[in-house]
Design a protein around this ligand. Structure first.
Ligand SMILES: [Zn+2]
Length: 488
């Protein structure tokens, strides 16, 4: 199940994004003394405030940046991210991981445990340990509360004003249409102080990240390998990749990582099949670069291991499905499913194929069986809801999606499908209420409240529904009021 409309989402907490190379170089040139950032806790910004900011900026990002809304890719990046978080120290927030559709190499962490990885970065990693090393580094920025610390060095009396400034800069950075250079000048004043200690933050995120990486069972050398790869690439480019603007890479950083990882020794950790399949899916469906899939599958051919060979087959099924040759796609995919009937990537693609071929009943049977074996899979739940809708089983879709949206209330996919399912039942009040959640998740509270007020008029005497809608209007109005301080 792949939604071609890349719905937008993400949040924000990223101090490291603030590193403009020119300013950094300037700061270095001026030999600014680095402040001591030895304390872990920041007194200026509480965790609660940070979560609130994360929530606010996430909504802004959902409405302004191309976040990949693909259930299997989302499940993959979150499973990988949470595997690392479970081994990290000082975790105080929940974490959410997002893939942003972008051919620019970058990754960043936002307020409140939100981590965003560009699709290009995933494709550029050589193995899963390298991808994990980038996520672990971002998790390190969050657990070390680098953003809150940055605020400590700013005007303590007005954290929200500062937060709003930072937030708007980060929103601009996350928007692929806004170039780094365009916002450098707006940054100049307020970012100067932060930039002067960003190098320390980078080193700390590296060190904390490496510990997490090793504990989670990945190759300790992956961090320095990937940093080296970035450094090598930079040599042949007229300007450095954006990830080095958001996370500056002086030689000392690379040397530090190399020394530290040497203490752990070499460890061969094969990448999971999921990693190979995720890259195949990104190359075929997400990347805007048409050569990406060809290049990736050439690489996979050279690797020639069980996983890379399997991912090539999966990739060709994806490509056949993409060009509407569904029977060929199905033939290929059937071989894969026979050997690995619980694989969610295959089941997900087979669902798309079956729905295109009007084999909805077959798709539903397969999904129901798969979900029994793997009840926590968000990708399978969304696929099944989608298949129920395509089959006209709206009531079943609604039951499934009620539970789904309760457990994953920040996933717009769930609310989108629920809107469609209620539409199928012609339950207008519920349809509008679900649509209001999609809109609220994109930060447009006025519009969401307007829609809920319209929904009130469609409740047809259902008092429970009416009071539920009223309660939601009150909640959203409160949120809108609370978030007003970030709008300037
Ligand atoms: Zn960093």
């Amino acid at each position: 199940m792949f939604k071609k409309t890349v719905a937008c989402l993400l949040s924000l907490s990223m101090l490291s994004t603030l590193t403009m190379p020119t300013l950094w170089q300037q700061a270095a040139a001026d030999n600014i003394k680095l402040p001591d950032i030895g304390t872990v806790a920041a007194s200026t910004l509480t965790i609660g405030q940070e979560m609130e900011m994360g929530d606010y900026y996430m909504r802004m990002l959902r409405s302004s940046t191309p976040i990949v809304n693909d259930p299997v890719l989302n499940q993959y990046i979150n499973d990988l991210g949470k595997r690392l978080v479970s081994k990290a120290d000082s975790v105080q927030t929940s974490f959410h991981f997002y893939i942003m559709r972008s051919d620019v190499l970058n990754a960043f962490a936002f307020f409140g445990g939100n981590v965003v990885v560009h699709s290009r970065l995933i494709l550029d990693t050589d193995n899963e340990s390298q991808l994990a090393s980038v996520l672990a580094h971002e998790i390190g920025h969050v657990t070390q509360r680098h953003l809150a610390r940055a605020m400590e060095s700013q005007n303590r009396s007005s954290p929200y004003v500062w937060g709003a400034t930072l937030g708007s800069i980060l929103l601009a950075l996350a928007n692929p249409n806004v170039g780094m250079a365009a916002i450098t000048s707006t940054l100049a004043g307020s970012a100067q102080n932060m930039i002067s200690f960003t190098q320390n933050n980078e080193q700390e995120a590296d060190r904390v990240g490496l510990k997490t990486l090793v504990k989670a069972g990945f190759d300790p050398n992956a961090s320095s390998e990937f940093l080296q790869k970035l450094a090598d690439q930079t040599r042949y480019m007229s300007k450095p990749p954006e990830i080095l603007l958001t996370h500056p890479l002086p030689d000392s950083r690379l040397a530090d990582m190399r020394n530290l990882s040497m203490q752990y020794g070499k460890k061969s950790v094969p990448s999971s099949l999921n990693y190979y399949l995720a890259k195949a899916r990104l190359a075929v469906l997400v990347s805007r670069n048409k050569n990406m899939a060809t290049l990736l599958f050439e690489d996979y051919q050279k690797l020639d291991n069980q996983e890379s060979r399997t991912a090539i087959i999966y990739g060709s099924a994806l490509e056949y499905h993409n060009s509407n040759e569904n029977r060929k796609a199905k033939q290929i995919l059937n071989q894969l499913l026979e050997n690995d009937p619980n694989n969610i990537w295959y089941i997900d693609l087979m669902t798309d194929i079956d729905l295109d071929l009007n084999n909805t009943v077959e798709a539903i049977k397969r999904l129901e069986a798969a979900l029994k074996r793997n009840p926590d899979s968000t990708a399978l739940q969304l696929n099944l809801a989608n298949a129920y809708i395509k089959n006209g089983d709206y009531q079943q879709a609604v039951s499934l999606l009620h539970r789904y949206t309760y457990e994953n209330n920040e996933d717009m996919n769930g609310w989108d499908l629920l809107t469609t399912a209620y539409g199928g039942l012609r339950a207008r009040a519920q349809e509008m209420s679900a649509r209001a959640e999609v809109i609220a998740l994109q930060g447009d509270f006025s519009q969401a409240i307007l829609l809920l007020n319209n929904a009130r008029n469609q409740t047809q005497g259902n008092k429970i529904l009416l009071s539920r809608i009223d309660a939601r209007i009150t909640q959203l109005a409160q949120l809108q009021k609370r978030f007003a301080k970030y709008r300037r």
